[in-house]
Design a protein around this ligand. Structure first.
Ligand code: SF4
Ligand code: MSK
Length: 627
């Protein structure tokens, strides 16, 4: 296979293909080579039938049943092992999102106490709305006093023993009642995660159904708890996103400027870096170093956070993190937590690029560690930017290869922004759904995965959906894929069916609405709840669906679980490690429908995935009498 063909097989994105060809030419190792080196990957692991929860193991179950053990040493069956493994994945994913939410609550607390090193409360209207939801008095109080009570109340949601988690009350009453009947209404965020670990210890919960039900409860604590707290309090601190124009792909890096890439997830650090990069002192220093300016670009979800709020361009999604380094034009890649390859420092050593880790929770051997503390946020951010600026002089011109590809995008569709675009009420959207101009709404989210052709699953599925008049809302790496492919521009309406096209043209919006980072899938839940409440039905009655065509992380497992728990049919492009447990597989892909009103499907072909979603939307429309 030629280098060209190989690169095209790995990615749909031209900038990525260009960098992959360069990597092959120069012998830089990327995730794709490491995936190949891992072949064949463990079949037991793939099916989820291995367990090392105790030292009587590790145990694995023969999936074919004729040549190996059918039970672990303790007697655990394949379904028990699979269910325990899945529950631990959900717990890890929920922990990641929720710890992010806790950090934002902590930042709000410090800010309210006057100890936030440069943060301020940017959205007072949202602060007041949330205070009202929590029953916090606002009359005659300063925003700091209100924020202090709000931060404390949100903080308490993590350690609460009895619940309910307040934001679960945003779900339609029927949904909440169903969760209560099933015994899966979450109590405190941390409690459900801890209980997941307890239940999956040897000799505790061995009933696959009981384990999966707790997985749903833990995931609800993420989606309607930790993640939603992260989103809402980020809006209070940093502002609720409104539509803004920007650009996406590696072409946003600049030849003649200091390039800083912000990679990871939490907006606390990235917000301050964005501010510090505009500091006159830093700009003067950059000039002294011979640079025309300081160019900040995002990557993955921290990229989405600053893209949505400031229009800071995004350099790429998950699988482009190494390729950004291969441009040779990055002075510093600043990382915090989640989705950051441990491989980065070794690759960065081939260039002048500094990998700067900042979180006490995430250190990377080979990286420069400059620990970030909210109390001294601006001062530390300036120190980090200084490191990057001073590194500009070390750039090796001969190694610089910045692809030209960059695409215009319109982003920033928070629920508030969507309602504003609709003229202040959901009615035009409901009208369009009822008339059939919009057949339904699909949330397409999630990662990249080198097992799937990069961006192909995302773009093919989204194009197919909008062509069939399904409005797409997205977050995470799907949103970045769509930005690069030009689907986040109002002009992309021409790719939509006549009905959706008409709605987009009338409102001046793209057919694919960027709603934010991974934790912002909570915005999609809020939107679904609002639509269901307006129609007087449950979320599971709506013509809506979810999809994650290229997912890879444990966070995505938790997301999938809370989306299904919320009543939304979800199609996965990559199979989770459950297929070795027939009862668990049956429960997730069929039985769940009768329990929570929604289920999973696994479909690697994005065109077939679109067909499944369209079929589902049609079924729901018919049940609502919408035809
Ligand atoms: Fe094996 Fe059971 Fe121990 Fe798992 S918990 S390693 S199945 S003995
Ligand atoms: S960054 S979790 S690769 S979407 Fe949120 Fe992208 Fe998935 Fe990370």
């Amino acid at each position: 296979m030629t280098m060209q063909d190989r690169a095209a097989k790995r990615s749909l994105d031209p900038a990525t293909q260009q960098m992959l060809r360069l990597a092959a030419e120069r012998g830089y190792e990327t995730t794709w080579e490491r995936l190949e080196a891992q072949q064949p990957q463990c079949g037991y692991g793939e099916l989820g039938v291995c367990c090392r929860h105790c030292t009587m193991g590790p145990c694995r179950i023969d999936p074919f049943g004729d040549s190996g053990p059918q039970k672990g040493v303790c007697g655990a069956t394949a379904d028990t092992i699979v269910a325990r493994g899945l529950l631990r994945m959900i717990a890890a994913g929920a922990a990641a999102h929720s710890d992010h939410g806790r950090d934002i609550a902590h930042t709000l607390l410090l800010t309210a106490q006057g100890k936030g090193g440069g943060y301020e409360i940017k959205d007072e209207a949202k602060l007041h709305a949330l205070a009202a939801e929590y029953g916090i008095a606002t009359e005659g109080r300063t925003k700091e006093d209100i924020a202090l009570d709000l931060a404390r109340a949100a903080y308490a949601e993590f350690g609460n023993q009895e619940g309910p988690i307040l934001f679960t009350r945003r779900a339609p009453a029927k949904r909440v009642a169903l969760w209560q009947t099933l015994g899966i209404e979450p109590r405190g965020v941390d409690r459900e995660i801890v209980e997941s670990m307890h239940r999956t210890h040897i000799g505790v919960d061995n009933d696959p159904v009981n384990l999966i039900l707790h997985g749903l409860r833990t995931s609800i604590a993420d989606g309607w708890g930790g993640s939603m707290i992260a989103t809402e309090l980020s809006d209070v601190l940093f502002g609720t996103p409104r539509p803004v124009q920007s650009q996406a792909n590696l072409g946003v890096l600049k030849d003649d400027q200091v390039n800083i890439i912000l990679h990871g997830h939490e907006p606390t650090l990235s917000e301050m870096i964005v501010a510090a990069a505009q500091d006159a002192e830093m700009l003067a220093l950059a000039q002294q170093q011979g640079a025309a300016g300081i160019n900040v670009a995002g990557m993955c979800c921290t990229g989405n956070e600053i893209l949505m709020r400031h229009g800071i361009p995004v350099a790429g999604n998950f699988l482009q993190q190494e390729l950004a380094l291969i441009t040779g034009a990055v002075e510093a890649m600043i990382v915090d937590v989640q989705c950051v390859f441990p491989a980065l420092p070794e690759l960065a050593a081939c260039f002048h690029t500094k990998i700067i880790s900042t979180s006490p929770k995430a250190k990377f051997p080979g990286a420069t560690h400059i620990e970030f503390h909210e109390e001294r946020a601006y001062e530390i951010a300036k120190g980090i930017v200084r490191e990057a600026v001073l590194n500009y002089a070390n750039r090796k011109a001969a190694l610089v290869n910045i692809p030209r590809d960059k695409t215009e995008c319109m982003v920033g569709f928070s629920v508030e922004a969507i309602v504003a675009a609709l003229g202040g009420t959901l009615d035009p959207l409901l009208g369009a759904v009822k008339s059939g101009a919009i057949r339904g709404i699909a949330g397409v989210v999630g990662c990249n995965n080198p097992k799937v052709r990069h961006d192909y699953g995302h773009i093919t599925l989204v194009k197919e959906l909008i062509k069939n008049d399904v409005l797409v809302v997205n977050t995470g790496c799907n949103a970045i894929a769509c930005a690069k492919a030009g689907l986040l521009q109002p002009e992309a309406a021409e790719l939509a069916g006549a009905g959706l096209q008409g709605v987009c043209r009338a409102l001046g919006i793209p057919p694919v609405l960027h709603m934010g980072s991974c934790v912002d899938i909570s915005r999609i839940l809020v939107a679904c709840a609002a639509i269901a409440n307006a129609l007087g039905v449950d979320i599971s009655d709506l013509p809506v669906a979810g999809a994650a065509p290229e997912w890879m992380s444990e966070k995505a497992v938790s997301i999938g679980a809370y989306v299904v728990s919320s009543g939304i049919y979800t199609v996965l492009g990559v199979a989770p490690p459950v297929l070795g447990g027939p009862a668990v597989t049956q429960l997730l892909t069929a039985g769940a429908e009768g329990v929570v009103g929604a289920m999973f499907a696994v479909e690697p072909d994005p065109e077939k995935a679109a067909a499944l979603i369209l079929q589902h939307i049609q079924k729901k429309r018919a049940a609502l009498g919408l035809g």
